[in-house]
Design a binder for this molecule. Structure first.
Ligand SMILES: Nc1ncnc2c1ncn2[C@@H]1O[C@H](COP(=O)(O)OP(=O)(O)O)[C@@H](O)[C@H]1O
Ligand SMILES: [Mg+2]
Length: 382
């Protein structure tokens, strides 16, 4: 409920991680992941992008800290080289484990054996640690940072949980040297739980499932599922009502259904609908349809850009996936001839490149377009 004096504002959040009142449920996942953290298990958490991995894991880390665990969150999204990996990792460790006071700063040297964090200020003037990485020594420095948390854990007699977000990035490096070094070290860490998270499902699964890769079976797979329909429906109904809009359960459920319970799209569509409704107004199916139209207007430039980079064959395959029914098989002769998909082997190649581009997902022999509004956009244009 809004407090007196608060201004009314759009209660839906789709462009950043969500927490507190903007975070819907995930009770079971929080319990599971806290359990892994407490018992120092390694887990590989994966789902398509914008499914809520980062928001969920930050919630888990908050609770783990309350229980006395040390926590480190490393975002590898922008780590394209070993040097950037060491920098992101050591800065995350410094900023989590060192307090930013003068006295603690004098102790900064004790956290690492070779790396030297420097206290500076970020754009908003907040104190942060930065680390410069000597390119000629990346691997010894990497080993230093990997073991630093374990040394802190042993000294403080605590447990720790370390999260690597967008971990598939490491698998894209020139060679698997960093993967090998990381594997060798973390296997010795008895009191640390490692969470490896990935949005590019096919890449991260290969890292942990392929017998030739260093991380083969090093972590328990934990696919992040959708949030239950009823929970999302109750969540958005409350948000609309708290911020002066009327909605009945059927309409709220229809929004969740249209977005196939995808939390990002549910929030995105609700954001638009709320914006286009007046105080006290009832949200009906016309408002929902108008909201979808606006969402497609906003997203279509990016879909056009994606589309323009595809080959004619890949476009045909995407059209087929967008239009085929649940029961139809991708490689059936009928489907191939209806959409002009060519030979089975060229179809196979197009599917592979669409999966590599992260546009299509494969689950056994079922293919889906990851972005459900891209699917809508394709269906609308042809
Ligand atoms: N538990 C949740 N409750 C409400 N919205 C969520 C939840 N998880 C994800 N979202 C929505 O999805 C968006 C993306 O979430 P994020 O945690 O960044 O996903 P990921 O890390 O999987 O890409 C958020 O901005 C929010 O709109
Ligand atoms: Mg994320």
């Amino acid at each position: 409920m809004r407090k007196k004096g608060d201004t009314v504002k759009n209660p839906f959040v789709f462009s950043k991680e969500v927490r507190d009142k903007d975070f819907c449920n995930r009770k079971k996942e929080i319990k599971d992941l806290l359990g892994f953290a407490r018992s120092s298990q390694n887990v590989m958490i994966f789902s398509q992008r914008r499914f809520g991995k980062t928001s969920l894991v930050k919630e888990v880390l908050k609770r783990a800290r309350k229980e006395g665990l040390l926590t480190v969150y490393v975002d590898l999204y922008a780590s394209l080289s070993e040097e950037q990996l060491v920098k992101s990792y050591s800065e995350a460790v410094s900023n989590s484990l060192l307090s930013k006071t003068e006295k603690a700063f004098k102790n900064a040297g004790k956290l690492f054996k070779q790396l030297q964090p420097v206290l500076t200020h970020d754009d908003e003037g907040k104190p942060v640690f930065k680390v410069d990485v000597d390119l000629s020594k990346t691997i010894p420095l990497f080993e230093d940072v990997i073991d630093s948390v374990n040394r802190a854990v042993e000294k403080k007699r605590k447990k720790a949980v370390i999260v690597f977000d967008e971990f598939q990035q490491i698998g894209q490096f020139k060679n698997d040297r960093a993967e090998k070094v990381l594997r060798t070290h973390i296997q010795k860490h008895q009191n640390i739980s490692y969470f490896f998270m990935g949005s590019k499902k096919h890449l991260i699964i290969d890292m942990f499932n392929n017998t030739n890769r260093p991380f083969y079976r090093l972590a328990a797979p934990y696919p992040l599922k959708k949030i239950k329909e009823e929970e999302l429906t109750a969540f958005i109904s409350k948000k609309f009502k708290d911020e002066e809009r009327k909605i009945n359960k059927e309409t709220a459920a229809s929004i969740v259904g249209i977005c196939e319970s995808h939390p990002y799209y549910v929030q995105y569509l609700c954001y638009i609908i709320w914006e286009n409704t007046k105080t006290g107004e009832m949200i009906d199916s016309d408002k929902v349809a108008a909201g979808i139209k606006v969402l497609l207007e906003w997203t279509s430039p990016t879909y056009e850009a994606t589309w323009s980079l595809l080959t004619t064959k890949q476009k045909k395959v995407l059209e087929a996936i967008a239009k085929m029914s649940e029961e139809e098989k991708m490689f059936s002769a009928e489907l191939i001839s209806r959409f002009g998909l060519g030979t089975p082997s060229s179809l196979q190649r197009s599917l592979k490149s669409l999966i590599d581009k992260d546009i299509v997902d494969r689950e056994k022999d079922k293919y889906t377009i990851i972005d459900l509004f891209l699917k809508r956009w394709i269906n609308k244009r042809s």
